[in-house]
Ligand binder design. Structure first.
Ligand code: AHR
Length: 764
């Protein structure tokens, strides 16, 4: 029992006390959450290894022409693959990219000495990989050669894929048929440099890394997101030295963590099942230690911890090339994936990307192929179920799972993660690790009124159930009906060895109910502009000259701005826009010395003055008082100028709160000709939270929602001085809608935005 208690203590998100066997208790805070679960943690890995590329993604058709496989692409698109790491792996430090460009018949044939000693004809190179990314809708992640390459070779590859102007490498790209750069950003500098990538010591690698990244120059449209070789498993020394010596040049640290079974992928008993899941559970304590080390040199958590290779590593299938690492994939692998992905999600503050090894035909693959046939593995189905978490807000939770015990050892029987998506739906992913006993999870969903529950389950009759070309659907998902809602309590009956995804839909808010009643809100579809900050179109430029998506400043703001606003930074990899308030935008209004107010003209969406419209934005990771001083503000505005606007969001008035009372925010303010009429105080969102603000006008009625709660101006004097609706804006055809950040004391404040949408509903 002692070992159980220790394991439980180590597992973040799990309460330390064990409860009755067969029972588990879960508490989810549906209205909270400060971190986004990056879609990139569901990333894939394509390596020139065995039949991953050749046969897996790339195959000759009947006429002998090389082609990307449509079936594989279609299957991977269904699970929303966000990025694919390429060309390795160990192969990356053997790969010379110029072997893989130009006419295919003229490309040199080499020997893949690291994997199986087979011939590599280089028919799949840079252009083919980037076409694959395009067809998958995935972000490229290229790993450059440090071990046997040179600084010049890597810098030229970067120039080849990214330089927009005229240069030797850009001209070579054009000569090879590609006019526009691809704007690749995720860039690995070597792979496993402590091992197959050069057997380096960490301090040597750190120096080399600094040298290599110096020559990855930012170009218009592409700044490198620099990824350093990270540690293997629990090599904390590597993390410590590399972060200390090179941390300020690193954007992502590429940690590799495999779980070795040292046995058959399909022939095993409960001992091997338990060991695999114990390994998966242990991932969390190792991850936490690496994260703690990173915190020492990077307390702001700027650097991503990337789990750049992970998964189960079994013996190869009998009769196959040992250098090809081809293995089958059973329900055991699916459970390991489920537990691992729950862990990565729960550490969304630091883990922002992960790449399971590998996508097709190698190690813990999503897909196995035989000739023209393809099967989906149990692990594929876990990625399918878990895709609901992509870019959703991680919800805080506590889980008292009780133990799954085997031969005197114990691990938590249930693994879970929870998120809230942009539509307000909550998703739970749960796994019952016990192959013999069901678990009943009594779930308290706090801060949400649940309207309905639906779900899907992945399970099978045996631990080693798997799909074959003869029986491709032996392990697949099915609707799940084992969740019952009673008041706020959701009772979930998890069968043994199962993975479940549940979707909880929220009861509509008052405002939504009104909308659905058809009386006031914009119920009909309209013309919409939705920025997700992955592209850089737009005429207001950030510090690097990228278009932010916004096209207009609120008249009266931004008098003396330079063409590239140093206070804006667009991060198209994280899909975020940061706004720093210093002295950029001066609107000269009382109490508003420094204001960033950027947006779009509603007229660009067909607005002529009287149409219904709405504007919303999501701010993430709200900083604390030391950054966001009294009475700093951020939020959404609608107006014609800086002295004629309505704004809503967060006003830091905490210091005005009576002792003992938390009154951190003020929700609403209207400004006419310099007057500052504030709205009601309300508590939450809090430091670190996400805040979504929406202002709408429907059939003449103004409404404000902050995190779904109605903060509408109604003119009622309710003790908080609620202002009247901003009638002074009615009838104006020149409304600008956008986001603002207001600095009141001349200190830097950086605020982060990851979503913006504006909509105009045409008149009938
Ligand atoms: O995924 C197989 C190999 O494992 C990769 O090439 C290497 O990086 C790791 O050691």
């Amino acid at each position: 029992m002692k070992s159980i208690a220790i394991v439980l203590l180590l597992v973040g998100g799990h309460a330390a006390s064990a409860i009755a066997q067969g029972q588990a208790r879960l508490v989810v805070r549906a209205d909270q959450g400060r971190y986004t679960i990056s879609r990139h943690i569901y990333g894939q890995f394509a390596e020139h290894l065995g039949r991953d590329i050749y046969d897996g993604f790339w195959r000759k058709d009947a006429s002998g022409q090389w082609r990307l496989r449509d079936d594989v692409i279609e299957a991977l698109r269904r699970i929303k693959v966000p990025n694919v790491r390429w060309p390795g792996g160990c192969f990356a430090d053997y790969y010379h990219w110029r072997d893989g460009i130009g006419a295919r018949e003229a490309r040199p044939t080499i020997v893949n000495t690291v994997w199986g000693g087979v011939t590599e004809d280089n028919s799949f190179g840079t252009h083919e990989y980037l076409e694959l990314m395009d067809r998958l809708g995935a972000e490229p992640f290229i790993v450059g050669n440090v071990g046997s390459g040179s600084v010049q070779e890597m810098a030229q590859w970067w120039e080849y894929v990214n330089f927009p102007g005229k240069s030797p490498m850009a001209d070579l790209r054009r000569a090879n048929g590609r006019e526009q750069p691809w704007n690749v950003r995720l860039w690995g500098v070597g792979n496993e440099s402590w091992g197959c990538g050069g057997n380096m010591r960490p301090d040597y690698y750190a120096s080399l890394y600094r040298q290599y990244v110096t020559f990855l120059r930012p170009y218009d449209g592409a700044a490198p997101f620099r990824i350093a070789t990270g540690p293997i498993a629990d090599n904390y020394d590597w993390t410590d030295v590399v972060m200390r010596e090179a941390g300020r040049f690193i954007d992502g640290l590429d940690w590799h963590h495999y779980i070795w079974s040292h046995g058959s992928a399909t022939e095993f008993g409960e001992r091997e099942w338990f060991a695999a899941l114990q390994g998966a559970v242990r991932t969390e304590s190792i991850l936490v230690k690496h994260a703690e080390i990173m915190d020492r040199s990077d307390p702001e958590k700027r650097v991503w911890l990337i789990v750049g290779e992970w998964g189960m590593w079994h013996n190869v299938e009998p009769g196959t090339n040992p250098g090809f690492l081809y293995q089958q994939n059973t329900l055991r692998d699916a459970l390991v994936a489920a537990v691992s992905l729950n862990i990565f999600a729960r550490h969304a503050d630091r883990v922002r990307m992960a790449n399971i090894a590998q996508a097709v035909n190698v190690l813990q693959a999503m897909i196995l192929t035989r000739g023209d046939q393809m099967i989906l593995t149990p692990t594929y189905h876990v990625f399918d179920l878990y895709s609901v978490h992509q870019d959703a807000t991680l919800l805080p939770m506590t889980l008292d799972a009780g133990p799954y015990e085997f031969e005197g050892q114990g691990i938590p029987a249930v693994s879970a993660a929870a998120s809230r998506d942009k539509q307000g739906r909550v998703h739970l992913t749960l796994a019952n690790l016990d192959p013999n006993r069901p678990r009943t999870v009594s779930t308290d969903v706090q801060g949400m009124e649940v309207a309905g529950v639906s779900g899907r389950i992945l399970t099978a009759g045996t631990m080693n159930a798997h799909n074959t070309f003869e029986q491709p659907n032996a392990v697949t998902t099915a609707p799940f009906t084992g969740a019952k809602l009673s008041g706020r309590t959701l009772t979930i009956d998890l069968p043994p060895k199962s993975v479940i995804m549940l979707e909880l839909s929220p009861k509509p808010t008052l405002a939504e109910a009104r909308t659905r009643g058809g009386s006031t809100a914009p119920a009909r579809p309209g013309k919409e502009l939705r920025l997700d900050f992955r592209s850089s179109a737009g005429t207001i430029k950030d510090s690097s000259g990228r278009g932010t998506g916004f096209t207009t400043r609120l008249p009266g703001a931004g008098g003396n701005l330079r063409p590239n606003d140093v206070n804006l930074h667009l991060d198209t990899v994280r899909a975020r826009l940061t706004l720093t308030t210093t002295t950029a935008d001066v609107n000269r209004q009382v109490n508003m010395p420094d204001l960033e107010a950027i947006g779009v003209k509603l007229a660009s969406l067909g607005f002529t003055g009287s149409e219904d419209f709405s504007v919303s934005a999501r701010f993430i990771e709200i900083p604390d008082n030391s950054v966001l001083d009294l009475p700093d503000q951020l939020g959404v505005f609608v107006g014609t100028s800086t002295t004629s606007l309505v704004r809503a969001g967060f006003i830091n008035l905490e210091r005005y709160a009576p002792p003992g009372e938390k009154r951190f925010n003020k929700g609403f303010a209207v400004n006419t000709n310099g007057r500052d009429d504030s709205g009601p105080n309300f508590s939450g969102p809090d430091v670190g939270d996400t805040m979504t603000v929406e202002i709408s006008r429907t059939a003449g009625i103004w409404r404000v929602l902050v995190n779904g709660a109605d903060r509408s101006p109604n003119g009622r004097q309710d003790g908080n001085g609620a202002p009247a609706p901003p009638a002074f804006l009615d009838g104006h055809s020149d409304l600008v809608v956008g986001v603002f950040a207001l600095d009141t004391n001349g200190k830097h404040k950086t605020l982060v935005l990851d979503e913006f949408a504006a909509r105009v509903v045409p008149k009938r």
